[in-house]
Design a protein around this ligand. Structure first.
Ligand code: KG4
Ligand code: ZN
Length: 345
């Protein structure tokens, strides 16, 4: 197929983002320009994302952010072949803002609109960054999702495991809150864990040993609360030990769950010489978890692919790229009547 350029828009959570991405005739991708505006400061006082604040912040930022993105890319709307906007899953207010903006641009310019599933964006990013070929496995670990997904092709996904309660990032955030650490909790817990003793507490490793590939993290959070309540007064050292022990339990859980996933992949695709596991989501920033996954992949002779963090976390380049992949695969654009979906597996 020929060269394609697309404008992508992402507003499903607390990042307002736009990107212009190109796919050349050989299928290689290039980010021509992108802007990601984090709303972290607006939400941090509340200890989490407040949907109404997020939606209003998207409205205020998005138009000028798209202009800035086009400027950085050296393109005008006339130069792009299509518009891609996240239409779910996520916070409905933000989705409405981004998708309506995408529709308006598509309507005004006569260009096709691709309504993108945010998870498909995460799933296909490794093909933009690393030119990965199908099939491969993706572990998505963010504040909202914890999923192991088989990526067979564009629009061809099979979810192998998901969390039956909290997302992993959520478990980090709740643990931090329990311990009086700042939001977002992941980086704070990781910082404390470095100074702690991971052997001091033995926290539960839910579902370890089970054949199904699901995750569960709410029991871990309860155990952390009980540990913190059992010590009086709680010192800095105690908090560090709890964080280190929490992270150890998470590591062991992932090792077991993902290890089974790698085995299942190997059995299903014996002909794939060097299969790959890709990580996505904010929790992929965690050094101990990365090291655990790297070691697991080495042992199982899998490629471990961790795209640059800015592309692991929420961004619009991945939405643009998913749109390009759909175009190149010959999938039809979406009708302008398409509705945003807060839930969309
Ligand atoms: O992908 P992301 O930026 O946003 C969405 O959830 O969509 O992920 C944010 C999550 C938060 O729960 C945050 O606490 C977690 O990723 N996180 C981490 C680390 N950095 C961010 N969790 C563990 N260790 C980290 N270093
Ligand atoms: Zn995400």
């Amino acid at each position: 197929s020929s060269q394609l350029t697309i404008l992508g828009i992402e507003t499903s959570c607390d990042e307002t983002a736009a990107a212009v991405v190109l796919r050349d005739a050989s299928g290689k991708g290039q980010i021509l320009g992108e802007v990601v505006l984090s709303q972290l400061e607006e939400h941090s006082a509340y200890g989490g994302v407040v949907p109404e604040i997020a939606a209003r912040a998207h409205v205020e930022a998005l138009d000028s952010l798209i202009s800035e993105t086009l400027l950085r890319a050296g393109k005008s709307l006339a130069d792009v072949d299509a518009i891609a906007a996240t239409s779910g899953p996520g916070l409905i207010g933000g989705l409405i803002v981004g998708l309506m903006t995408g529709k308006a641009i598509a309507r005004a310019t006569g260009k096709p609109l691709y309504a993108i599933n945010h998870l498909e964006g995460h799933a296909l990013t490794a093909r933009l960054t690393d030119g990965l070929s199908f099939p491969y496995l993706m572990l998505l670990v963010s504040g909202g999702h914890t999923q192991l997904v088989l990526i067979r092709g564009v629009d061809d996904y099979e979810r192998w495991g998901t969390t039956i309660d909290d997302a992993l990032g959520e478990a980090f955030d709740k643990t931090a809150k329990l311990l009086g650490l700042p939001y977002p909790g992941g980086p704070a817990v990781e910082r404390m864990a470095k100074k702690g003793n991971p052997e001091r507490f033995t926290f539960p490793r839910p579902l370890v040993g089970e054949a199904r590939l699901d995750f569960s993290f709410s029991g871990l959070k309860t155990a952390v609360r009980q540990a913190a309540q059992s010590i009086e007064p709680v010192t800095e050292k105690d908090i560090a030990d709890i964080c280190a022990s929490f992270q150890r339990a998470v590591s062991r859980t992932l090792k077991d769950r993902i290890g089974r996933g790698l085995e299942r992949f190997r059995a299903l695709y014996p002909e794939v010489a060097t299969p790959a596991l890709v990580v996505a989501g904010g929790v992929a920033a965690n050094a101990e978890l990365r090291a655990t996954l790297q070691a697991l992949c080495d042992k199982n002779r899998f490629h471990f692919i961790a795209p640059p963090l800015a592309l692991c976390t929420d961004n619009a380049a991945m939405i643009a790229w998913a749109g390009l992949e759909r175009m190149a695969a010959g999938l039809a654009p979406d009708d302008l009547a398409v509705a945003p979906r807060s839930r969309w597996p």
